[in-house]
Design a protein. Sequence first.
Length: 252
Amino acid sequence: MSQPILNVRGLVKRFGGLLATDHVDITVNPGEIHALIGPNGAGKTTLISQLMGELKPNEGTIEIDGRTVDGMPTARRVSLGLARTFQITCLLPDYTVRDNVAIAVQIRQGHSFRFWGDVRRENALAEEASTYLGTVGLDGRADELVANLSHGEQKQLELAVALATKPRLLLLDEPMAGLGHVESQQMIEILSGLRSQVSMLLVEHDMEAVFALADRISVLVYGRVIATGTVDEIRDNPEVRTAYLGEGDELC
Ligand SMILES: Nc1ncnc2c1ncn2[C@@H]1O[C@H](COP(=O)(O)OP(=O)(O)OP(=O)(O)O)[C@@H](O)[C@H]1O
């Protein structure tokens, strides 16, 4: 079997006396969507922040495509193919949809944000940006200001911005958060369509989305991975039911 695109071993993060990440082992294989679920405060966002290099672990090691990235700054991890989306969108509201993606393309190409004035004149940037907007179903909204987008459209745009960095592994922090049913279905379709292009670690509370998308699921409780398995294995796991949902509840 080919080596994992992400290999995390024994990752520990302490906030004072709180063990937010408790010796976490997790892998994401090429082409895999690996969902990470768990109750509020389980440590999911803390884990993603450590993968991106935004938070320094106390112990453990992280490999991307067989390469140890411990101590590497975020920008170098991005250049190795890591990208994240956020629970709360992180976009430039006063710029157009296309410009938000074009800026990400420009930064990927090694230009600094301060050369932003050139972006509008750069047709190649705009064309590449349009490709990513097409992938997430926003091609018809390219000239709209971000501030005028619905919450669901902003989530789609954030995904396009992440794709513009040409990631090999996408870290998705609750892409369904705040979406209505129709928008969630749309996001599921978009992510499903991306699975041949990019591996994903999907942090999500929406179990319908998790079950529709995940090849494997890991369950995090109080910072510890209590189970990893296929959708069926996790759905039928009594420890998961008890720890995650409480006795008697169903993972539906
Ligand atoms: N910077 C910080 N300083 C101190 N404690 C923190 C910090 N960041 C997170 N925590 C704590 O670490 C634990 C894990 O938080 P985290 O946000 O990673 O959980 P989560 O699983 O992402 O939760 P949610 O599903 O609500 O987003 C929580 O108890 C949280 O209060």
